[in-house]
Structure formats: structure tokens, C-alpha cells
Design a protein around this ligand. Structure first.
Ligand SMILES: Cc1cc2nc3c(=O)[nH]c(=O)nc-3n(C[C@H](O)[C@H](O)[C@H](O)COP(=O)(O)O)c2cc1C
Length: 190
């Protein structure tokens, strides 16, 4: 069971990247093999139908599709921007869905968020579900949102709150179990 994972954040000190690191470690403990990416790898222009007509998908969008296709499932940690999906992530989804089949079609996915707010970015995750589910991702019902994330991590990068850490572990382990049961084998890698 191979899982593609990235934080949909570009900031060097991204709280979502820190949360994703913990989630991927939990997934490894549950037996998954992780393919961790940095969102910078998928840099791409704003979607423009004229650019698409002239030259097809930009390299960043192609790379993003390939990484989804090469794995059995995925984990995304994303900030919430203005109660919704960050434009960078929506733009990437829009480009990536301009080729069929959808790269995440039928693939199990788990969403996480981290935010300094008391809600932890959870409203943004509901907005992320919409385009991914509309394009046939099989998203885990449970989502993990880390509130007050700016003060949630200790100096080693772990969560200070042991109950939250245990909750994250349990949710990720449950996701890996379900993902293992429903995933279809990914396309062979070179
Ligand atoms: C344009 C913008 C909009 C934001 N809107 C929200 C919001 O609606 N809810 C929220 O909890 N945080 C919001 N934030 C704060 C982010 O949660 C915070 O900057 C967070 O650290 C970003 O994630 P990162 O640390 O992974 O980069 C917003 C930040 C930006 C830049």
C-alpha cells in the first residue's frame, strides 16, 4: 500500500507540512509506504484554456498526475484560506483534471489541516472534498484538523497534546486499514 502525500502549502515553516510529517509517520507505523512530495515540485501557471490548447498540461500538472497515478492512495494536509480551499490547490486540481482518467479516480484519500484558529482549518477541508469527490476520489469520512497549530508542536516536531497525538495516530491507522481494503493496485512504476 503506497500513499502519495503532500502539504498544499509553499511556506517554509508551514504548519501543514509539520502536521503531514506526523501523519505520514503514523501511516508508516500502520504499514503504508509513503511517497512524500513538496508542493513546490508541482509549480504551475494559473489555468488558462488558451495555454492548454497551445501546449497541453504544464510540466507541474503532469508531474502531479504521475505521482497520484503511481500510488494506491493519498494524504493531503492543506491550509484553509478564507474558509475555503487555497487557490493554489484548486488550480492544481483544475489543471490535473484536464486529462482523463482522473489521476485519483477510485483512490482512497485522507485530508488534514492545521491552522492557528480554534477550528483548525476544518471548513477548508469541506471545500477540498467537493472537487476531489466530484472527480471520483474515495475520501475517508474522518478528517483531522489541528487547532492552535502555531503552538501545538514541541521542539522535536511532535504534538504537545498527547490526546491529540493519539487521535491522529488512530485516525491515520483507520484510514490505512480502509485504504488497504479498497485500493486497486497502482500503475507499475519504472
Ligand atoms: C489568504 C489567507 C487566508 C486565510 N484564511 C484563513 C481562514 O479562513 N481560516 C483559518 O483558520 N486560517 C486562515 N488563514 C491563516 C492560515 O491558517 C495560516 O496562515 C496557516 O499557517 C497557513 O498554513 P501553513 O502554515 O501550512 O502555511 C489564512 C491565511 C491566508 C494567507
Amino acid at each position: 500500500m503506497r500513499l502519495f502525500a503532500f502539504a498544499a502549502a509553499l511556506r517554509r515553516d508551514s504548519l501543514n507540512r509539520k502536521l503531514l510529517r506526523l501523519a505520514t509517520q503514523a501511516a508508516e507505523r500502520a504499514g503504508a509506504v509513503l511517497d512524500l512530495a513538496d508542493f513546490h515540485e508541482f509549480d504551475m501557471p494559473l489555468y488558462d484554456g488558451d495555454v492548454e490548447a497551445a501546449s497541453g498540461l504544464p510540466p507541474g500538472a503532469k508531474k502531479l498526475r504521475e505521482r497520484f497515478l503511481a500510488n494506491d492512495g493519498f494524504m493531503i494536509a492543506s491550509p484553509e484560506y478564507n474558509f475555503s480551499i487555497p487557490g493554489t490547490l484548486k488550480n492544481a486540481i483544475d489543471w490535473a483534471t484536464r486529462q482523463q482518467p482522473y489521476a485519483w479516480k477510485g483512490k482512497p484519500g485522507m485530508l488534514l489541516s492545521a491552522s492557528p484558529s480554534p477550528v483548525g482549518g476544518n471548513r477548508g477541508l469541506w471545500a477540498i472534498r467537493m472537487p476531489l469527490e466530484a472527480t471520483s476520489a474515495c475520501l475517508h469520512p474522518d478528517m483531522f484538523s489541528l487547532p492552535a497549530a502555531h503552538e501545538a508542536f514541541d521542539e522535536t516536531g511532535g504534538l504537545k497534546n498527547a490526546k491529540l497525538a493519539a487521535r491522529l495516530d488512530k485516525m491515520v491507522a483507520a484510514f490505512v486499514g480502509v485504504a488497504r481494503a479498497i485500493a486497486t493496485p497502482s500503475t507499475p512504476r519504472a
